[in-house]
Design a protein around this ligand. Sequence first.
Ligand code: ADP
Length: 250
Amino acid sequence: MMTITEQNKRTVAVQARGLRKTYGRGETEVAALRGVDLDFPAGRFTAIMGPSGSGKSTLMHCLAGLDSVTAGTIHLGETELTALNDKALTQLRRDRIGFVFQAFNLVPTLTAEANITLPVALAGGKVDAEWFASVTTTLGLTDRLKHKPHELSGGQQQRVAVARALLTRPDVIFGDEPTGNLDSRSGAEVLGMLRRSSREMGQSIIMVTHDPVAASYADRVVLMNDGVLVGELDHPTAETVLASLASLGA
Ligand code: ADP
């Protein structure tokens, strides 16, 4: 029989406990995170929201192992991220985490297909052809695979970035304003794809956004203010998210 702790570890993709992050020292010291406890369930799509300067990006960067914490622990599944050295962290990011940033970060000289398979190739792995076909079909990219990024629209480029993130079957995908550079129609397309990959492929997704419409694609919204968690919403809509932000004076 599984103990509760074991079961918890299997169903929680990312866990943060007592997270603190301070930038600078003395008079210029800024407490960006002031004690955050948070579980991100596996297979779910969570959005992190809050006013500008509330600590959203800092939280995401710490959770993704891109920035160190001042205090507290972060677990990715059973692995304690906060206990790893730089080398182990780099490897963990490569093998177990997917990223979709506001800037698409595609290699301009490579085709869409080569961009999507690049992380697998760099890790010395073999591309699972069936999974590749499934991901690129779901993302509507099958007739764009031979194109270079400059031959694709913004929405298509970001779908390539999502496909690249999905291909390694990461434990979690982090999105940092993934639709920030897209018009609303392309943004809706990409967000719909992210939601689908969570619902249909069981992909865990954590996305930072300031856009209530983008957040409404998530299963859950967690709200930050002044470096702490101040609330959460299940089944968010743009209206309930806006109302929650308004109550924070955002
Ligand atoms: P958000 O993403 O919600 O806008 P951030 O996480 O970017 O918030 O910032 C939280 C706080 O930490 C802000 O007061 C910001 O000015 C500060 N901060 C963020 N990054 C740095 C940094 N590299 N050096 C100093 N202060 C920072």
